[in-house]
Design a protein around this ligand. Structure first.
Ligand code: ADP
Ligand code: ASP
Ligand code: MG
Length: 820
């Protein structure tokens, strides 16, 4: 029984890691016979490729690049030697110098001749694997192990493109079988490399040492093939882009092929075929978390493994060539020609033809092949009779969402496009992939990370995200923040994430696109120095923020009483915001705006919730809307809509003097800072107007008749303190009112009414025992709806209708209704 272990460049990036890997090899070799395939240390292959590119560009910096490679290897071996004096330092330095000399001579030739054959290219860029294998061999020898080194140029037979060759497994098996392995030896082989029929070195494509490991596993009939890298296994996304990606513990050969074909770099797509053919399970393991089980890839049927393989993969650095011509046949010709060329060269990622008219073809290419493909295309369309149009888009990424039966799930597809819509990002194209389990979006690379993060959160994790702009940090605003913070955990359990992106009062703005930490928002807010002395400047700044950024399912939460903010609702809606408001100014403004916003809400598919406009957190608006939806009609309405007045009138009934009742209400924080505002009845009138409009009455605020609570005008310019003293003069007036009501077994209340003809009044009235409003006191609200369905007994809503907590929770509940 034999196991194959492959260590990638990330596991061999420096001396420390190489020593770490050698320890794993030793440990494993004690348990089983093992074969080890090694990559070049990370970045070395890129540097080698760069040397050639620089030479071809006649750029002498190629010399620096060679020196960098030399320095890197010198440092590695020096540090290994520091740790292990048995390591034959000089011998390995000689090998390094030998390869560096080869690089110097070869690159000079490339530079002078200005060309580089594929054979030379392959030889140059495979030097990293040659050296890392030599280093590992010396480490293991120094620890007393026997080593059998496989030369893949001789033993792995490959065909096709010299730079992206395919291995002939059957012939390679025969060659490998002829090797005489040293007794108890550890087998070592450089990855990435093979040999063709002429025994020339060829390479297996970038990132191809995974494939080498699979081939070796097939050739020696390994029990398993372990790919050791720098992540815990195959995750739901590249963790470098989305750090909370989750591990996929089991995955089938078929599904992993799809993921890696769509760009997941963790495993080269060619790796799967030999493993599948020879039924060898593959494990993806983390060199730096070696005891973690990792991912097992095997012949699983999808039914057996749950949650199979949701994944987001991407290919970056793509260029798109678009060729258009009027003649369909020419498109077909181009397509066939390119197909032929690609069979030899493997330079094109994929094509897509506009199937409706067949008048254009898109060619997707990795940037590194740009020049070559550009040249080929030019040749194909140059000097032809027909006119061709060619367009090139660079800096493109292809992002793919892979989920079982994706195409049957309309909601997911909808969600994907909603995210792009919210982010204001246009996909250049989208491609339904052959398997119907994935969709690929072609987008500008600058959006890549943002889109991947959101797609993962919303499509893979199923998170429902709400981003909010909070206006107003008085009692309600602050309590709302507290409540969101308290509920954070339980919301997360339901996959709901609320992000506060902006907090503002009338002169300051705290903005953080990624979300403000609620625990420390106050300190942050206080440290803001920039102040806006006019609200309109502050609003302009907020508009700039909206223009510059894109938000996901954003909502304005208006906890102010500002008219200036409410005037901007339409702007916010047009910019894809929902509106949640405790501010009554908009809904009591002119009726044209009132009606217009409702139209715009529908057109823009947004939400406008204002449950807290009437009755604090009580379900008033929602109830009216439900009644209307089921065809009910209002006959008349009667309600106590002010918490402060409910308290004051309740106290009067308990024989407390009017002036004392006001004082108590104020002390309890139930009144506005100036209680005259409550006593004016204007706020109740506003609430009544909102109720009436909700039932379909086209009224304005001036149509609400207010009969003043106080019998005569007080000096409205006096201070609050003075006013409170002045209230004593009304004590008698109220005592008399109560007395005369009591004679008829009635109580006085401050009542808002809509008559059956739609007349709205706000005034003190006497109510009898049968009336649902009779018992209302202590700040409670009550609303009694007498309707076509609810009669003779009316529908009554009753409860605390004011106070920070209930109102903030009403706002939060509105907010949660915006979840999509
Ligand atoms: P090695 O040098 O070991 O061959 P690679 O860089 O080729 O390593 O592949 C490992 C990298 O693949 C990870 O560091 C990670 O950034 C990336 N990657 C991309 N997609 C995924 C995924 N779905 N799961 C895990 N890693 C991924
Ligand atoms: N070193 C090669 C590359 O970087 C092969 C590999 O790492 O798999 O492409
Ligand atoms: Mg790799």
């Amino acid at each position: 029984m034999i196991n194959v272990l492959k260590f990638g460049g990330t596991s061999l990036a420096d001396a420390k890691r190489i020593i770490f890997v050698s320890n794993i090899i030793e440990e494993k070799s004690k348990i089983n016979k093992i074969s080890v395939v090694l990559s070049a240390p990370a970045t070395i292959t890129n540097s080698l490729e760069k040397i050639i590119q620089l030479c071809l560009l006649k750029d002498k910096n190629y010399k620096k690049e060679i020196q960098n490679i030399k320095n890197k290897f010198d440092l590695i071996v020096k540090n290994i030697y520091k740790n292990n004096k048995n390591f034959l330092f000089k011998k390995i330095i000689k090998k390094i110098n030998h390869e560096i000399l080869f690089l110097k001579n070869t690159s000079k030739k490339i530079y002078l001749l200005n060309k580089c054959s594929k054979h030379i290219f392959a030889k140059v860029i495979s030097r990293g694997e040659i050296l890392s294998t030599q280093i590992m061999k010396q480490i293991l020898l120094s620890k007393g192990h026997n080593i059998t080194l496989i030369n893949p140029v001789k033993k792995i037979l490959a065909e096709g493109n010299i730079l992206d060759a395919y291995v002939n497994i059957n012939k390679s098996i025969k060659k490998i079988q002829k090797i005489k392995f040293k007794k108890n030896s550890i087998i070592l082989m450089p990855g990435f490399i093979a040999g063709n029929k002429k025994k020339e070195l060829v390479i297996l494509g970038r990132n191809g040492s995974d494939y080498s490991a699979a081939i070796l596993s097939a050739c020696i009939k390994a029990q398993s093939c372990e790919i050791w890298t720098d992540v815990d296994g195959i995750l739901t996304c590249d963790p470098k882009i989305f750090s909370n990606a989750k591990i996929i513990k089991k995955i089938s050969y078929k599904n992993v092929t799809e993921i890696s074909n769509l760009g997941a770099k963790v495993l080269h797509p060619k790796t799967i075929y030999p493993l599948k053919k020879f039924k060898i399970p593959c494990y993806i393991k983390n060199t730096f978390n070696k005891n973690f089980i990792g991912t097992k890839i095997s012949n699983y049927s999808n039914k057996k493994i749950q949650n199979i393989y949701p994944n987001i993969a991407y290919i970056k650095n793509v260029t798109i060539f678009i060729i258009k011509t009027l003649n369909q046949r020419n498109i077909n010709k181009i397509y066939k020609n390119l197909l032929k060329i690609n069979k030899k060269e493997s330079i094109i990622l994929f094509f897509s033809i506009n199937f409706i008219h067949r008048q254009s073809i898109n060619i997707y290419v990795n940037n590194i092949h740009f020049e070559k493909v550009n040249f080929i295309i030019k040749k194909l369309i140059f000097n032809k009779k027909e006119t061709y149009k060619k367009k090139i888009y660079k800096k493109i990424s292809i992002i793919s969402i892979i989920k079982p039966k994706l195409y049957q799930n309309k909601k997911i597809i909808q969600n994907i496009y909603q995210i792009l819509y919210d982010l204001n990002i246009k996909t250049m194209y989208d491609i339904k992939n052959f398997s119907k389990n994935s969709i690929s979006l072609i987008i500008k690379s600058k959006y890549k990370n943002k889109i991947i993060n959101l797609l993962h959160k919303k499509i893979i994790n199923n998170y429902k995200i709400i981003q909010i702009f909070l206006f107003g940090i008085g009692g309600i605003g602050q309590t709302l923040l507290k409540q969101i913070n308290q509920e954070k955990k339980s919301l997360k359990k339901k996959n709901i994430i609320i992000k506060i992106c902006l907090i503002s009062n009338s002169n300051k703005i705290l903005f953080q696109e990624k979300g403000i930490k609620i625990n420390s928002w106050k300190e942050k807010f206080h440290t803001i120095k920039k102040k806006y002395f006019q609200e309109k400047f502050l609003i302009n700044k907020i508009k700039k923020i909206i223009k510059k950024n894109n938000f996901i399912n954003p909502s304005i939460v208006d906890c102010t009483s500002s008219k200036k903010i409410s005037k901007e609702y339409l702007y916010f809606i047009k910019n894809k915001f929902n509106i949640i408001t405790a501010n009554k100014k908009f809904n009591t403004g002119n009726i044209t705006d009132y009606k217009n916003i409702r139209k715009k809400i529908n057109i823009n598919n947004k939400k406008f919730f204002y449950e807290t406009n009437v009755g604090g957190g009580l379900p008033v608006i929602q109830t009216i809307q439900n009644l209307k939806q089921t065809g009910d009609k209002l006959i008349n309405f009667k309600g106590i809509l002010s918490g402060s007045l409910s308290f004051i009138f309740g106290k009067l009934e308990q024989k407390i003097l009017f002036s004392d009742a006001i004082k108590q209400a104020k002390e309890k924080g139930l009144t506005e800072p100036d209680p005259r505002e409550d006593l004016s009845g204007l706020d109740v009138a506003r609430k009544l107007l909102i109720i009436a409009r909700e039932f379909g009455y086209s009224l304005e605020l001036k149509d609400i008749q207010i009969k003043k609570i106080l019998p005569q005008l007080c000096n409205s310019n006096s201070t609050v303190q003075k006013f409170l003293k002045e209230t004593k003069k009304f004590n008698k007036y109220f005592l008399n009112k109560i007395k005369s009501a009591k004679k008829n077994n009635k109580k006085i209340k401050f009542i808002a009414k809509i008559s059956n003809k739609g007349k709205c009044t706000v005034q003190i009235e006497e109510v009898d025992k049968k009336d649902p409003l009779y018992e209302i006191k202590n700040g409670e609200n009550a609303l009694s709806f007498y309707t076509k369905y609810y009669q003779p007994i009316p529908l009554v809503i009753r409860g605390y209708g004011a106070g920070k907590k209930v109102t903030a929770s009403g706002v939060l509940s509105d907010l949660l209704k915006t979840i999509v």
